[in-house]
Design a protein around this ligand. Structure first.
Ligand SMILES: C[S@@+](CC[C@H](N)C(=O)[O-])C[C@H]1O[C@@H](n2cnc3c(N)ncnc32)[C@H](O)[C@@H]1O
Length: 307
């Protein structure tokens, strides 16, 4: 079962209340969603999105008891604005994004997210569309593959790994790929703390699901979907995502975004949010002990300024 990370901290940040409207862009197994619904008893509403149909089935079962207070949509969160418009959903009191892969996705070997079990190299969160990891691994040029592994996996050995992949093609299975990567790593990667395929698998997952692109697209939308005084809480698990969120929040919380050397402001930019968390909230050791996934989680929260 997927354990929601930073649960108490997220509820504390969103302050759900009865009558409130809450958007959960990554409903997953519905853990955060359930806590939001309980905290907003008896009439708070939760609109949940997930691009993974299987997650929506699990969330639907878990949240069924809340009846009409819940609506779930199979959609990428970058479609949030369009869905809320077509469904006439009012501006939200709170929005949550708990980004990344769920334990359910990792634990289902056949989804291809994990190199620990052998399965087709898929990695799509939305199994109804898009390219699989096998498509990328078998079709990209060597340089493109190396850049992807370096950029999204922060893998030093990206060039070497890309060369080995291209020589071993076609690669269709997770363990076949993991073995190719291990062979391309000095000493088979046995001296490394993490499995030698960890970073490459992460890079492929980010690329397959366009994770950074979706995050970039949802950030401005989310601010438009909030009521004044409404809050946006984002949990990330990866430094590339956290950097995107941090820079967006910093920019939108400033009145002037002219370069620092410019003495007179010409940008006319106005702050639309205030930072509720100056530094990201991270998990305490007691949470990490029961849920190791929480180790890299960072929660940032902002509030839409009241005009
Ligand atoms: C970490 S889990 C969320 C867990 C959830 N908060 C809970 O308590 O059970 C992330 C979920 O977000 C979904 N997801 C990731 N990126 C998405 C996107 N761009 N659009 C919609 N869903 C996305 C994944 O399919 C996964 O189910």
């Amino acid at each position: 079962m997927h354990l929601p990370v930073l649960l108490a901290e997220t509820i504390d940040a969103l302050q759900p209340h009865s009558g409130g409207v809450y958007l959960d862009g990554t409903v997953g197994a519905g853990g955060h969603a359930e806590a939001i619904l309980r905290a907003s008893d008896p009439s708070g509403r939760l609109i949940g999105f997930d691009q993974d149909e299987q997650a929506l089935i699990v969330a639907g079962q878990r949240l069924a008891g809340f009846g009409e207070r819940v609506a779930l949509f199979h959609a990428n969160f970058d479609q949030m604005k369009q869905v809320t418009l077509t469904q006439a959903i009012p501006l939200a009191d709170g929005i949550l994004l708990d980004i990344g892969v769920s334990s359910m996705q990792l634990d289902q070997a056949e989804r291809g997210f994990s190199f620990r079990e052998d399965a087709p190299l898929d990695m799509r969160m939305n199994q109804t569309a898009g390219q699989t990891a096998a498509d990328l691994v078998n079709e990209l040029g060597q340089d493109e593959l190396a850049n992807l592994i370096y950029q999204y996996g922060e893998e030093r050995l990206s060039r070497r790994i890309a060369r080995a992949i291209v020589q071993a093609r076609p690669i269709e299975r997770t363990q076949q790929l993991a073995e190719v990567i291990a062979r391309a790593t000095p000493g088979g990667g046995r001296r490394q703390k993490i499995h030698p395929a960890t970073r490459t698998f992460q890079a492929l997952r980010i690329a397959v699901n366009d994770e950074l692109g979706a995050l970039e697209r949802v950030l401005p939308q989310a601010l438009k979907l909030l009521k004044p005084g409404g809050r946006l809480a984002i949990i990330t698990f990866h430094s590339l995502e956290d950097r995107l969120v941090k820079q967006f929040f910093r920019r939108e919380s400033q009145d002037c975004i002219c370069p620092p050397e410019q003495l007179i402001c010409t940008c006319d930019h106005q702050a639309s949010i205030k930072l509720i968390t100056k530094r990201p909230i991270t998990a305490v050791t007691t949470e990490i002990d029961v849920n190791p996934r929480a180790r890299s989680a960072k929660l940032r929260v902002v509030e839409l300024i009241k005009v």
